[in-house]
Design a protein around this ligand. Sequence first.
Ligand SMILES: NC(=O)c1ccc[n+]([C@@H]2O[C@H](COP(=O)([O-])OP(=O)(O)OC[C@H]3O[C@@H](n4cnc5c(N)ncnc54)[C@H](OP(=O)(O)O)[C@@H]3O)[C@@H](O)[C@H]2O)c1
Length: 309
Amino acid sequence: MSVALLGTGLLGSAIGQRLLEQGESVNAWNRHRERMRPLAALGATTCADPATAVLASDWVITVLSDGAVTRSVLERCGLVGRPGAQASGGMETGGTGTGDGHGRVVLQMGTIAPSESRELAVAITGTGNAYLEVPVLGSRPEALAGTLQVMAAGPEALFQEALPLLRLLGAEPQLLGPVGSALETKLALNQLIASLTHAFSLSLHLVRRSGVEVERFMDLLRASALYAPTFDKKLKRMLEDEYSDPNFPTAHLRKDLELFLAAARARGLGTSGLEGLAQLLAAAAGTELDGLDYSALHRLTARGEAMDR
Ligand SMILES: NC(=O)c1ccc[n+]([C@@H]2O[C@H](COP(=O)([O-])OP(=O)(O)OC[C@H]3O[C@@H](n4cnc5c(N)ncnc54)[C@H](OP(=O)(O)O)[C@@H]3O)[C@@H](O)[C@H]2O)c1
C-alpha cells in the first residue's frame, strides 16, 4: 500500500514511522520540510507539495492541526473543490479532482469539528474520491507501538477496505456510525482528559497546601473508586513542574475542549460547568504553556487570579 501522509507533526510523524516499520510505502508532506527529516531517514519519500504525495499514493492520511488547515491542504491536492471551482447551483462539488481519474481514499485522523468533517465528506465525495473519518485515542507511544484506539465513521464498505491499513495503527478499529459520530466520540473522550486532569490538579494543589503528604493522599485515591490511571501518569510532571517534550500540548487540549463545547451545545447539552475550564485554558493562549504538555494546566490552577486575566 502506498500512503500519502499529510502532516508530520507529533502524531503524524509517529504514524508515519509505524507504517514504514510495517513495510508500507509512505509519501510524506509537511509545511515545514525539516519536520519530515526523521521519516526520510526511515525510508519515507518526502514531497515538496501535498498534491505530489497524493498523486503517488492510493491512500491519503491527514494528521493536521485543525479543520481549516485540513480543508486547505486537501484543496491544494484537488481532493476538495476550491470555492471558485464549485459546480453551478451552489453545490459544493465539482472540484478539479487529482487530475489522474484515479479515486483516492482520505483517512482523516486529526481532531476537527464533527461539522467540519461532514462538510469534508461531501466535498471529497464530490470530487470523485472517498472519505473516512478516523480520529484516534492515544499519542505518540501508542502510534509507534500500533496500539492506538482507532475510531471510524463513514460507509461500512469503505471501513472494510481500510481495515488492513487501520489495523497497523491499532488492533481493533471500531466503526461507530455515519461521518461525525467518531469525532463526537473522540471529543467525548478528550473532554475527559481535560476534566480529569483539571480535577486532579486542583485536588493535588489543595492537599499540598494543606501540608498533608502527597503519597498519603495518593494511597487513599488509588484505593478508591475515584482513581483514574491518568492521575499517576501526570503526577510526576505536576510535582516537578516539568512539562517539556510533550506528546500532546496544551494548545491542542484547549482546541479539543472548545470543539467539545461547540458539539455539546449543538446537541442541546448544559455546558456551563465546563465553560470555566475552557476559560482557564484560554489563559494559556500565546504563552509558553501552549507548547508544553497539557498537564501544564497545573500551573493555571495554582494561581487564584488565572481566571481574572
Ligand atoms: N499529539 C497527539 O497525541 C494527538 C492524539 C490524537 C489526536 N491528535 C490530533 O492530531 C492532529 C495533529 O496533532 P499533532 O499533535 O501532530 O500536532 P502538531 O505536532 O502541532 O502538528 C500539526 C500539523 O499541522 C500542520 N499545520 C499547522 N498549521 C498548518 C498550516 N497553516 N498549513 C499547513 N500545515 C499546517 C503542522 O505543520 P508544521 O509542522 O509545518 O507546523 C503539522 O504537520 C491534531 O488535530 C490533534 O488534535 C493529536
